[in-house]
Design a protein around this ligand. Structure first.
Ligand code: GLY
Ligand code: MN
Ligand code: MN
Length: 502
């Protein structure tokens, strides 16, 4: 048995941990042997191998790419947020919610060189086993063995304690260049910097432009690698979307409870969260449950307001599957089941903008053209309503844009492991990029009339509408992955009538 380990300084003053040799020998003995392994190769393993090969191909020099899973983030004092690994790590290992914090993947320099560094299970003869609140089996459950993780991922696995030596192998000016995904794990970045060491002239090159440039190149590369989804990813996004559609149904069923509660938005948020945790891993982002004028606040996540009869409820929510792929859907629902004429007018304008955007989504079209199509519709509709100070064709000039007062956000973003996926991709490949089959993006136009907007008639004030769908670019057009969730005002009313008590 090893010596007792020091206590986490965050809990020293309140620890009741017995430390006597008698107790240590008692608690670390008498355990049954561990059961036989049930590990199975993940269906994502072969896809992840292909992704790693494509990543390595982007570098024209011998590199070892370091991709940390990350470490738990402190919520407050000695409590952490639930661990959620870096998207690049999930993508390149194929591991989802089951993975452990602090793991590190290295890729390269050779095409078959990929190692997953993990903390092995703590021996039951160590104090960690029962005494470490962060990693001990008594506290957070058992960890998989390195062999099991090799089976699941198809990767070579190694003890995290050997990471430094693994990183350092053949590293040097004429050898392998070490690159790390920045901001994923400060401790791993520091270790990589230490291994890279000072340059040949003795300068501390840790922060040299060259080096940062190279890490930025990796940051871009792991983001751009996800722009086109493979078959596994599309299937997982379908799973996330289906679970989200079911979550929206649960929310409609809960509307009578939301109307009866002073914080009805919390009833909505809690209903969706409970569904996301039971059917998937979590929500992919904080749920926006915005009733009445709160719907005009784009990212309203306080969700602490009432849901009143006659309100619209803007619900922007997504279930993150166990694989960590998330949906991102929005519907704007009349809480009593019927849109008023003015709500329906605004809703229809947003729907027409969404349909115009859908109509242009196909391979070869620039990403930004999807937004342009939606803006054409909204600018003309706002002009029809007499809200624009200039004709719509003038407003659409990039130097004018008066219509954007009522929709300041973009119409689309890539979707995948992150809700705003591929965010570090270069502008030339994102906003100015060309759509390709396998890309998944949102189409989410909206109109938001703030309650104190003096430039719109009173009946429009406090109305916010967004309609958001998740769209797969196909060989010759697109598929609305979220088509199962009603979009037209009539279909929404019919759907709600079937779910609400009669
Ligand atoms: N839910 C955030 C967004 O729609 O981008
Ligand atoms: Mn979105
Ligand atoms: Mn959204």
């Amino acid at each position: 048995m090893t010596d007792s380990q020091p206590l986490d300084e965050r809990v020293t003053n309140r620890s009741l941990r017995p430390d006597s040799p008698t107790f240590l020998s008692w608690v670390t003995s008498g355990w049954a042997p561990r059961g036989t392994s049930t590990a199975q190769r993940s269906p994502a393993a072969d896809y992840a191998a292909q992704r790693r090969a494509r990543l390595l191909d982007r570098f024209d020099r011998p590199v070892r790419l370091v991709v940390p899973a990350g470490t738990p983030k402190v919520r407050s004092n000695d409590t952490d947020y639930r661990f959620r690994p870096h998207a690049a790590f999930a993508h390149l290992t194929g591991l989802g919610a089951e993975q452990e914090p602090d793991a590190v993947l290295t890729v390269g320099p050779g095409p078959d060189d990929a190692t997953l560094y993990l903390r092995p299970p703590a021996g039951r003869d160590t104090p960690e086993f029962f005494a470490d609140a962060a990693t001990g089996e008594f506290w957070v459950g058992s960890r998989p063995t390195l062999d099991d993780m090799a089976t699941v991922t198809g990767l070579r696995t190694a003890d995290l304690a050997d990471l430094r030596d693994g990183l350092a192998q053949d590293v040097g000016d004429d050898g392998v260049q070490l690159l790390v995904v920045p901001l994923a794990d400060a401790a791993v970045t520091a270790l990589v910097d230490e291994v890279r060491g000072p340059g040949p002239d003795g300068d501390d090159r840790l922060r040299s432009d060259d080096r940062l440039h190279s890490d930025d190149q990796l940051r871009e590369a792991v983001s751009e690698l996800r722009l086109v989804k493979d078959a596994y990813e599309v299937a997982e996004l379908r799973t996330a979307v289906a679970a989200t559609v079911a979550g929206f149904e649960q929310v409609v069923r809960a509307l009578p409870r939301a109307l009866a509660h002073p914080r009805g938005e919390r009833v909505v948020e809690g209903t969706f969260l409970g569904h996301a945790r039971t059917e998937g891993n979590a929500v992919g982002y904080e749920t926006i449950a915005a009733a009445g004028p709160h719907a005009t606040t784009l990212h309203w996540t306080d969700d602490d307001g009432p849901v009143r009869p006659g309100d619209l409820l803007l619900l922007d929510a997504g279930v993150e599957a166990d694989s960590l792929y998330t949906a991102d859907l929005t519907r704007t629902l009349p809480v009593d089941g019927r849109y008023t004429p003015v709500q329906r007018r605004v809703y229809q304008a947003v729907l027409d903008a969404a349909d115009a955007a859908f109509a242009v989504v196909r391979p070869g079209v620039r990403f930004r053209e999807v937004h342009d199509a939606a803006m054409q519709v909204l600018a003309h509709r706002l002009a029809d309503w007499g809200l624009l100070p200039v004709p719509p064709q003038i407003a659409l000039d990039p130097d004018q844009q008066q219509h954007r007062r009522w929709m300041v956000h973009g119409t689309s973003h890539h979707l995948g492991l992150d809700v705003h996926d591929c965010a570090q991709a270069r502008r030339t490949l994102y906003l100015d990029g060309v759509l390709e089959p396998g890309m998944v993006l949102t189409v989410e136009p909206g109109l938001y009339f703030q309650p104190d907007d003096l430039l719109v008639p009173p009946e429009y004030r406090g109305i916010g509408v967004r309609i958001e769908d998740d769209v797969l670019v196909t060989a010759d057009g697109c598929e609305n992955l979220s088509a199962a969730l009603p979009r037209t005002p009539d279909a929404v009313e019919t759907w709600m009538a079937a779910l609400l008590p009669g």
